[in-house]
Design a protein around this ligand. Structure first.
Ligand code: DGJ
Length: 422
């Protein structure tokens, strides 16, 4: 539970998974099975063309284990080289006992516009690709999927000529049965949730890889009437430079906005903007805190009240002589903790991803921390370390060590502790 442990989500930072690399799960979605969250998303390591749909798992939405590729490039066909396979969304079908993954399938020019389906009997296994189709003959690009309280499944599809469709799915979720509603507005990346009998549909404008002010609408029935589209983030903030990918309901009344901060050019360097949504009936608001903690059992989200930035410590000449240390910091911990998220401010003139090791007080525990390239020695970016070993109150020395070429050109500028009182 991240609020109890003090671990925090840092929107827009490099997020290192258990494989020591930045998470590659863009345009994704989350499904909870038991007490574990599974996140499927696009692996953009090689840019636009399809290579993998990756799967990561977590019990706190902060520390992510890389579970492997759920779908990988094939020799030819829909999943062949130079293909578009985007926006994976997984739902569980109670009738068949199968996990069903929906995808946007296309050619590199986005000229086909189809929905693809893959299935698996385990949520994080290798999915079997079934095929693609035009739902009821319409084009479909960005899509989302929603399962209602009665287990009926619905597909929301962006159709360039017509708008956004809501289609009802067959009982096994493998085909489309009928259209439930058509929004004439030209929006994409539809993401639906339901709260206290009210449906909420979120979507973005169509501005290629560039962010815009995303919108939402509400209705008490999927057939409508739907309220007028409204903004939920600060106007003209371009949804804090992000595009909605998925909305994750947590606990009885909370929901997490999961957006992509696409980096274009440089898609592999895209980050994730996850933020708490404040939902009050038909009113939805979203602020832009630097970081926040989530209690995954209740949905409570806590925002830090203060922060402390530590400059790099001046090393002794002996330390400098033997050192592969990129920077070290003296942290002042005001209260014993078993969960601390430290943000590392950094810059690098390189485009490629860097890796360094982080230790505290020379402990045997080492974290491999990734740092996305930011192509500028001036620009400040953040990566985060989630430290779950016990740290008593007092001073602690955090070291960032950079052995070998993987950390060449990386400048660690500061360590920042955003404090949530416990
Ligand atoms: C915007 C979409 O939301 C993305 O998923 C992707 O398809 C890009 N367009 C491609 O231009």
């Amino acid at each position: 539970m991240s609020s109890a442990t003090g671990l925090q989500v840092f929107p827009g930072a490099t997020w290192t998974a258990s494989d020591g690399r930045h998470i590659q799960a863009h345009g994704g979605g989350i499904i909870k099975v038991g007490s574990t969250f599974y996140w499927h998303g696009e692996d953009k390591t090689h840019g636009t063309g399809f290579h993998n749909i990756n799967c990561y798992s977590s019990t706190d939405l902060v520390q992510w284990h890389y579970d492997g590729s759920s779908l990988t490039q094939q020799e030819s066909g829909d999943l062949g080289p130079d293909r578009i396979v985007e926006r994976p969304k997984v739902v569980y079908n109670k009738h068949s006992g199968m996990y069903v993954m929906f995808l946007h399938i296309d050619d590199l020019d986005y000229g086909e516009g189809k929905v693809g389906i893959a299935t698996c009997d385990t949520v994080n296994g290798r999915y079997e690709y079934i095929g693609s189709f035009h739902p009821l003959g319409y084009e479909s690009r960005d899509m989302g999927v929603f399962v209602d309280d009665d287990d009926k499944g619905y597909l929301t599809c962006e159709d360039r000529p017509n708008g956004i469709h809501i289609f009802e799915l067959s009982q096994d979720y493998l085909s489309v049965v009928e259209q439930v509603h058509l929004f004439p507005e030209h929006l994409e990346s539809p993401a639906m949730i339901k709260r206290d009998g009210l449906y909420y549909l979120f979507a973005s404008g169509l501005t290629f890889w560039f962010a815009n002010d995303n919108l939402y609408t509400t209705a008490t029935s999927l057939t409508g009437p739907w309220a007028g589209w409204r903004m939920f983030a600060k106007p003209a903030s371009a949804t804090y430079s992000s595009q909605v990918a998925f909305i994750l309901p947590i606990g009885p009344s909370s929901a997490l906005y999961m957006g992509d901060r696409w980096q274009y050019p440089g898609l592999p360097r895209s980050t994730y903007v996850w933020l708490p949504l404040e939902i009050d009936g038909r009113d939805v608001k979203m602020d832009n805190p630097q970081s926040f903690a989530i209690d995954v059992s209740t949905g409570a989200m806590a925002i830090p009240r203060s922060s402390r930035s530590y400059p790099p410590r001046i090393e002794t000449s002996e330390e400098r002589g033997q050192s592969e240390t990129l920077a070290s910091f003296v942290l002042e911990i005001g209260q014993e903790t078993e969960g601390l998220t430290i943000a590392l401010s950094y810059s690098t003139a390189c485009e490629d991803e860097k890796v360094a090791l982080v230790t505290i007080d020379g402990s045997e525990v080492e974290h491999h921390v990734a740092f996305l390239g930011n192509s500028s020695a001036q620009k400040e970016s953040f990566s985060v370390v989630h430290w779950t070993e016990r740290l008593p109150k007092g001073q602690h020395i955090l070291k960032v060590v950079g052995p070998g070429s993987k950390s060449e050109g990386l400048q660690i500028r500061a360590a920042v502790d955003y404090h949530i009182p416990q």
